[in-house]
Design a protein around this ligand. Structure first.
Ligand code: GTP
Ligand code: MG
Length: 197
């Protein structure tokens, strides 16, 4: 995919704030700090399209990015961030859940679940994954921050993630690094396939 145009369209919380353009959407979900905003910047080939933060909880609403006037990349708030009140946690979960419910039938072509390649998926990751499955959504799993481990560790880490998430043989986990630009083509190829579905 050649990105000619990448533009922040809107920051939304409620469905009536989502863009009504009717473009297909590819959404990114995962724990706080896992690299959702970074992967969007890397795919779009822009430095500061989505705001990246060193402290978890940077993205607290839904951000829609228009790519080439063809589809949206959607940056969802992170879950599993410890230092927030119960109310705030519930509000983020509600934002994600509401988005998935309102977009699953039509706009949402693919949901990308990001997990940190260094760690086994957390309880929250497992819950989210099972939930996405239950929804019948096309789900792609990406293992982020692949630059943080040695090359020889990549395959064993991917196997652990597959095992913990109980993936079938046909389900893959793509290693990715925004820092070292690893996995960009593999991810684009999955996005392209799902946009054509
Ligand atoms: P929230 O918005 O808080 O949910 O986080 P997020 O998932 O959007 O994560 P974000 O992209 O803001 O990245 C969090 C931190 O991880 C930042 O300090 C990034 O620079 C760093 N980071 C993201 N991707 C990579 C990567 O591929 N490699 C390394 N080494 N660091 C990364
Ligand atoms: Mg973010």
């Amino acid at each position: 995919m050649i990105v000619k145009k990448a533009e922040h369209v809107i920051t939304a919380v409620k469905p009536n704030q989502y863009p009504a353009t009717g473009y297909p959407e590819i959404a990114f979900v995962g724990r706080s700090n896992v690299g959702k905003s970074s992967i969007i910047n890397t795919l779009a080939n822009r430095k500061n399209l989505a705001r990246v933060g060193s402290t978890p909880g940077k993205t607290r609403q839904i951000n829609f990015f228009n790519i080439n006037d063809v589809f949206f990349l959607v940056d969802l708030p992170g879950y599993g961030f410890a230092n927030v009140s119960k109310d705030l946690k519930a509000s983020w979960e509600n934002i994600i859940e509401t988005y998935l419910y309102s977009r699953k039938e039509n706009a949402l072509k693919l949901i990308v679940l990001l997990v940190d390649i260094r760690h086994s998926p957390s309880k929250d990751d497992i819950t989210m994954h099972q939930w996405l499955r239950g929804f019948g959504l096309n789900t792609l799993i990406i293992a982020t921050k692949a630059d943080k481990i040695s090359r020889s560790q990549i395959t064993p880490r991917l196997n652990d993630i597959k095992k913990v998430l109980q993936l079938g043989n046909d389900e893959k986990v793509i290693p990715f690094s925004a820092e070292k630009r690893i996995g960009i083509e593999a991810v684009w190829s999955e996005i392209d396939i799902n946009l054509e579905r």
